[in-house]
Every structure is written in C-alpha cells, then in structure tokens.
Design a protein around this ligand. Structure first.
Ligand code: KG4
Ligand code: ZN
Length: 372
C-alpha cells in the first residue's frame, strides 16, 4: 500500500506562528500554534512590526515541535505548504522565506496556499474527524478579525484531482466582524481579543434591551457592515455616562492582569451586560441571516462557517437552529480549527499539490492575494 503523503503546513499571516503535519490531506498528525496575543494585548490590536519580529523568533521552534509531535523527521515530509497571502506582508514573508528555504534544502515541492482557502479546508478537516461529508456547492462564510467574506464554493476537476473554485458573493464594506468585537471590547474595557470575553459575558445580559438599527446596505444583499454598530455602542456609552466609573474599574483590573470572565463580569452592571448581549445578538443575526439567504440563491444545501468568530457560541447555536428548518446543513470547524492554524494550510496545500500546483523559488508574499 502506498504511504499517505505528509504535508508540512506553515502559517504566519497575522499573529499566530503555526506549523502542522497532515497526512493524506485529512488526518492531523500534529498542529502547533504559538499565539502572540500577550504581545499585542496592550495595544488592543495586532502591531505589524512586532508580529514579524515574533514570527522570526518562533518559526524554527514551532516547525521543529510540529515535526516532533508527528513523530517523523523533517526529511519524511512530501511537501511544504505555506501561506502566501492575504495578511500582513512582513509577517507572511517570514513563513514564505522559511518555507522556501526548507523546500530547497530538503528537495521537496513547495505549495503556496491562500489563507482563506485554508479556512475552507478547516471545515473539511473537522468533517473528516467526525465522519461527515460536506456536499458541494456550498456557501462559505469566513469571519475573523481580518475578514468577513462570503464565497460560493464549487468542486472542479483539475488533473483528475479534487480542487475547489471560489466566487466571492459578498463581504464587509467596512470593519470585519471580529474587528467590531475587538473594538467594542476596547470601548467597554473588556481586554483583547474581544470575541472570547464578549462570548462569555453575553449570556448574562438581555439581548433585547438595547436596539441597534439594522445596517443599511444598498445593492448587494450579501454584503455586511459592522462599523455602524460599533459607532452605536460608542453613542450609547456617551448617552449613559453613569457607565463610565465601571469602565474605569475594569481598565484598572485589566492593568492588574485580571482578565478572566468571572473577574470582569463582577465589574459589569446589568446595563453593561445587556449592552454586550444586544451587541452580540445584532452581529450574529446579521451574519446568520445574510449567509442563510445566500445558500438557496447559490443552489447550495450546505453552509460552512470558518475563522476566529466561528468559535462564537451564539453564532454556532443560531446557525444550527435556523438552518435546520430550511434543509441546510451547517459545517463548523472545532474551536481550535476555527482560529488560525497550520493544519488547515497543510490540508489546502495537499489539494493544490494533487492538482499539480507547485510554487517556484520566486514565490512572494502578497498582502491582498485574492481567492480564486
Ligand atoms: O481567525 P483569527 O484567529 O485571526 C484572524 O483575524 O485572521 O480570528 C481572530 C478574531 C478576533 O477578532 C477575535 O476577537 C475573534 O476572532 N474571536 C471571536 C471568538 N474567538 C475569537 N469572536 C467572537 N466570539 C468568539 N468566541
Ligand atoms: Zn484567519
């Protein structure tokens, strides 16, 4: 029997340095993620220069650990897949350069992977792990700190191999959904990143208490807009100056390193918890409604959701509940596969490798690499 091909994936597009070994495009043999969140926290967002520097420090040990955990030697890998874009160009360059050097030194093929295609493959990795088979065509929502995009995903034959094709059917016109979570968390002094803490606090508030008007978007019904809701939260805080002292108290708690959900919740009034719950409900409803409307329009019976915000409990629950009566199957990666990782890059790289798409030594990082 032929041995399954082993692909080493490398990811450095934003603030996670990650490496993974995936067998046959489906089985995760190892997945190592070094998060830089502690470095960027005090700035309330990713600082590109610090990200590049940290990737440089971490890339070698992270790759070594992924190879060790997979119980192989570096020379056993059949190909190296690296994220070539989109992302922060300085951060991407670290992974691309290291991937090129490794491929050259080992005499193995190098595969360039689009980070967004990686997020699509995270869905397939998870489906494989739990024995499900996602049908195509599908509508895929990629929703993270950097992206909020809707794609129509189809299957194409290329050199006898499975390869996906992508049509962008919508996207955010301003902030990404994760960015809105992070900015609102900053206004409310809930720490960084905002998504996980808002996810934990929202169930303690009343989501019907604060009304946010639906974003007005003319033209494409599958476009999103999240800057309006962020501004609405800001105006709500200006209209309610009595919420300022607790914001100050939470800022002091954060400065003492008290970032846990229980500690911060104890410093939130019911009015703040209602605001948090209402914000989350508005974002989730908008993401779910537009995505589920796109599925029948594309003739899709499945919807994939991937990216950091796909880890959100209310988003997951709402998608499952609203899709079932419409006869749509929802596919979500596990929380670990939703956020940036290299297993998804290795899986996407394997599909491209099978389709004969190998990069050459002049591969460059591309900050705005489109998904095609
Ligand atoms: O995909 P990701 O790890 O990195 C990129 O932005 O590419 O996503 C990070 C984003 C952050 O904005 C973070 O606040 C958000 O995902 N996020 C969440 C949750 N976990 C992470 N948003 C809502 N609920 C969550 N549980
Ligand atoms: Zn991502």
């Amino acid at each position: 029997m032929q041995r399954e091909q082993l692909v080493l994936g490398i990811e450095s597009s934003c603030d996670e340095t990650a490496a993974a070994v995936v067998a046959g495009g489906e089985r995760i043999r190892s997945s190592v993620v070094a998060s830089q969140v502690d470095i960027h926290r005090k700035y309330g967002g990713v600082v590109p220069e610090l990200a590049s520097r940290e990737h440089l420090r971490k890339i070698v040990p992270v790759v070594r650990e992924a190879v060790e955990q997979a119980k192989i030697e570096l020379r056993d890998v059949d190909a190296i897949a690296v994220t070539a874009g989109p992302g922060l160009v300085g951060a991407l360059l670290v992974g691309v350069t290291y991937g090129k050097v490794l491929a050259l030194a080992l005499g193995k093929p190098l595969v360039a992977v689009n980070h967004l295609e990686g997020h699509v493959h995270a869905v397939f990795l998870e489906a494989h792990a739990v024995g499900r088979k996602p049908q195509l065509p599908s509508v895929c929502l990629i929703v993270s700190g950097g992206h909020t995009l809707l794609y129509h995903v189809r299957l194409e034959a290329a050199n006898g191999a499975r390869r996906f094709s992508y049509d962008r059917i919508g996207g955010t016109r301003d902030d990404a959904a994760g960015e809105a979570y992070d900015k609102v968390a900053r206004m409310l002094a809930l720490g960084y990143p905002g998504g996980p803490i808002i996810d934990r606090l929202a169930p303690h508030g009343n989501p019907a208490r604060v009304r946010f008007s639906e974003p007005k978007i003319s033209g494409n019904p599958y476009d999103f807009s999240f800057s309006g809701i962020k501004t609405a939260v800001l105006y709500h805080l200006r209209r309610n100056p009595q919420l300022q002292p607790e914001i100050e108290a939470r800022n002091q708690a954060l400065a003492r390193g008290e970032r846990g959900a229980d500690a911060l919740r104890a410093l939130c009034s019911p009015a703040t918890l209602d605001l948090i719950a209402s914000f989350q409900r508005a974002v989730v409803e908008d993401l779910v409604t537009r995505t589920l409307a796109a599925a029948p329009a594309c003739g899709a019976k499945t919807v994939f959701i991937s990216g950091g915000v796909a880890a959100n409990s209310e988003l997951r629950r709402t998608f499952e509940a609203e899709a079932a009566p419409r006869g749509i199957d929802i596919f979500l990666p596990s929380r670990a596969l939703s956020t940036d990782n290299a297993a998804m890059i290795a899986a996407a790289g394997y599909a491209r490798l099978c389709a004969g798409e190998v990069a050459d030594s002049d591969l460059d990082a591309e900050a705005n690499l489109p998904l095609v």
